[in-house]
Design a protein around this ligand. Sequence first.
Ligand SMILES: [Zn+2]
Length: 470
Amino acid sequence: MPLRFFNTYSREIEQFEPRNPTARPVRMYTCGPTVYSRAHIGNFRAYIFEDLLQRHLELRGYKVHRVMNITDVEDKTIRGAREASVPLQKFTEQFKEAFFEDAHTLRIKRADEYPAATDQRYIDRMIEMISALISKGLAYQADDKSVYFRINKFPDYGKLAHFDLTQLKATGRVKHDEYDKEHIGDFALWKAWDEADGDVKWDSPWGPGRPGWHIECSAMSMALLGDEIDIHCGGVDNIFPHHEAEIAQSEGVTGKKFVRYWLHCAHLLVDGQKMAKSLGNFYTVPDVLAKGYTGRELRYALLRVHYRVPLNFTWEGMNEARESLARVDEWLARLREIAKSGNLQHPTANPTTAFEDALDDDLNISAALGFLFESIRETNRAMDQNEMDAASANTWLEWWKRINTVLDLEAETEVAVPHEVAQLAQQRENARREKNWKRSDELRKRISALGWEVRDTKDGPKITRGAGSA
Ligand SMILES: [Zn+2]
């Protein structure tokens, strides 16, 4: 059976047919963090779903080109920098670092690119797109000097969120990046500078100002992946207005179908409630680690529920994650023992393709894991009765290796990297991204002075014990 996914646009399960899979990789755009605070575990649930999606596509032989943007200028980052009385870049830098650290802890594969909205080349692209929209009559500059998208000139507006615009009362214009359908209106593409923006501004044909959040993703996606992409993901919160606006902007400029498959991840609840700082149930990755859990355990807890089903996070669930992983570890240890034994008797049944088949079905991870644990039960029984030979054990280990390219749940056997070294490596990675080679070199020396070595690989930096260290 071919891969199939639930497309938010059609509200149907559709067969996955990327535009040209033999000639080019699957083009995937995933909305990244808004770096105004440390991302919470609900945000990471969505990033882990995207990680699962990418890894499964790769298991099925697709090459994937994935872009994840970093939203470092919008209403919340500006407000945060102002409240902290620091420049915007300084304010967002700490949360960018934290994001990469947490993503690494959760074993999330790195995207191919992490464009930042404040990068001048993308600002230029946004301005270009807004100019094109104005010349097509799809956007206009209002009295407040900001530029807005004219939604009643774009007949498909509301199709992703499945709104019937004729049923909704338009309320004119909306300058905020986030709003709900009760306040549907023309959304801001370019926000004219005002005092609250401080020194955050760029020149444009419409005067100084800054981009709206939505145009950032349209411009970065088009710049790095082209006019038409295969998959666009995000959390359900992104559907409206963010993704709806992205469609209007991108298709408004190109006249082409922007995205073939829209995939959205459901909410994360904590103890059955929406996570909120005021309820004391708001957790970041370090909060969970501070309770003694590992990144691997949290990855499992956030991964194990189907992405379209709300996930209820509980500490009991974390303990279950720990127990499940212990079963996997124990099973692998037993298989390895038998694989080494040279036992030639009792070949057992080989694994079927049920794991991959379940993931083909709109990433049905619960069914896939169900098959894994069923297999563990059965092979354990065979091992209990001394009815497994070395070749069968090897076959199961090979199978695990294959499915673990998707799960990435094997226990860490290497020595843990000390926090200080990990932090320096992250700072070095940031310096590299900013092409600050001098600082990147200094940081490498400091890492090596601590007895560690950092190597740059296509999956990001790898930290190992340095030569000659204890
Ligand atoms: Zn976005």
